[in-house]
Design a protein around this ligand. Structure first.
Ligand code: SF4
Ligand code: SF4
Length: 134
């Protein structure tokens, strides 16, 4: 199974190889969707972790134990393709490049695997083609 999280690392943990160790220990696969540091020097990582459910639970427990704040991303965003007019307004707003322009089909595409449900495209879309499903 796959779960998406936002992880908040305190400044003391920013430079530690926590995720790579966790991935090895619990046989997980990871995909970093976004990484940034706040002005308060808190490290934030939006990532998808894939693996067995019990291993994902153990990994989350371990993160919380060492002081990482774990926020689950439950909401999902969907593109209603019939409503999209391919205006491209949403593309530069998407922080993870989940929405992109496909030259071959001359159309705007959506990759739900990369979406972190930030809602930027939903606010900007003139035709309400991007919607929250949960
Ligand atoms: S909600 Fe929209 S803007 Fe935000 S990551 Fe998903 S596709 Fe990109
Ligand atoms: S803003 Fe809406 S209509 Fe325009 S490309 Fe994005 S999803 Fe399609």
């Amino acid at each position: 199974m796959e779960r998406k999280f936002v992880l908040h690392f305190p400044p003391t943990l920013i430079d530690k190889p926590i995720i790579s160790e966790l991935v090895r220990k619990y046989d997980l696969q990871f995909n970093i969707l976004k990484a940034y540091i706040t002005p308060e020097e808190e490290g934030n990582l939006v990532l998808a972790l894939k693996g067995e459910e019990k291993n994902l639970d153990k990994a989350v427990n371990e993160l919380e134990k060492i002081g990482v704040k774990v926020q689950f991303l439950k909401a999902e965003v969907k593109m209603i393709e019939e409503k999209c007019i391919h205006c491209t307004v949403c593309i530069p707003l998407c922080p993870t490049s989940a929405i992109y322009y496909e030259k071959e089909s001359l159309s705007v595409k959506f990759d739900p695997e990369k979406c972190i449900a930030c809602g930027m495209c939903i606010k900007a879309c003139p035709t309400k083609a991007m919607v929250l499903t949960i």
